[in-house]
Design a binder for this molecule. Structure first.
Ligand code: 2HA
Ligand code: ZN
Length: 273
């Protein structure tokens, strides 16, 4: 059976559109940022013979819980700026092999390229999110500018950081009622930062990497993009507010409770006064 052109696949178009948007927003300079997107076999089989493995790629950690799962990922060292011009060189479709420590390349990553260097954080975060939400499909990391700046100027306390973001735009509490987590500064690309990120991902879909960037998780590309975009907008407003001389009045805790009630969301209770 002849296969359709994979460049027309919805999931490739979403990867191209998202990496391009993130580049234009200035959150993914050079090779900054990475995305992994869990695909369903029925989505892929129109475009690829899933029995043809192009090459095996070893991993530095055990992803046994994801054996057989297929992801489209951004490539290590690849620039988001360039994805639209050459998706096949900058993206890859990989399946976790039966040993949990090898990836089977099904498409892309031309010229011996590798999947994102942040694969441990991505795969461990997928495992963590899937354990509490079987519909989770996307993990996204980027260097959202105002959020990143806030990790220099704001207390790195999850409750206080979350409260500040909730107070900067009325929508925030509705979009991330569970709040935002923060890990310590750590070396990127390691299993250790993957474990720390994944542990936080069991509680929140947003995890800050201080002086580096943000991780987001969700069921669709739009949802994750929108989640990070909303937090980043709040951080941008915080920046303007500080530059304009600081907070004179804000959204009160009673306002936040009324908002939660009106939109039927449950904010983390200990984060409200
Ligand atoms: O690989 O953003 O955290 C690019 C990065 C690493
Ligand atoms: Zn990064």
């Amino acid at each position: 059976m002849t296969k359709e052109n994979i460049l027309n696949a919805q999931f490739v178009k979403e990867m191209v559109a998202t990496t391009s948007n993130l580049y234009r927003l200035g959150w993914d300079e050079r090779n900054g940022g990475n995305i992994s997107y869990l695909l369903l076999e029925e989505e892929i089989s129109h475009y690829l013979d899933v029995n043809t493995v192009l090459r095996q790629i070893p991993m530095i950690f055990d992803a046994s819980e994801l054996v057989g799962k297929i992801f489209i990922v951004t490539g290590s060292g690849k620039y988001f700026k360039n994805v639209a011009d050459d998706p096949e060189a900058n993206l890859g479709i990989v399946r976790v092999g039966s040993d949990g420590k090898t990836l089977e390349l099904l498409w892309g990553l031309l010229n011996d390229a590798n999947p994102t260097s942040e694969l441990p954080s991505h795969f461990m975060s997928h495992i963590a999110r899937l354990s509490i939400d079987p519909e989770n499909r996307v993990i996204m990391h980027n260097h959202a500018s105002h959020l990143l700046a806030m990790t220099f100027t704001h207390e790195l306390d999850e409750r206080l950081f979350t409260r500040t973001l909730w107070q900067m735009c009325t929508e925030c509490l509705v979009v991330f009622p569970e709040g935002v987590s923060i890990i310590p500064w750590m070396v990127p690309g390691t299993t250790e930062i993957g474990e720390a990120t994944a542990a936080k991902m069991k509680e929140t879909r947003l995890v800050m990497w201080p002086q580096h960037g943000v991780y987001g998780a969700g069921n669709t590309m739009d949802e994750v993009f929108g989640l990070i975009e909303t937090a980043e907008k709040a951080a941008q407003i915080y920046t303007y507010v500080q530059a304009q001389g600081g907070i004179r009045q804000t959204i009160t805790d009673q306002n936040l409770r009324d908002l939660a009630c009106g939109f039927g969301v449950k904010p983390r209770t200990e984060y409200l006064d």
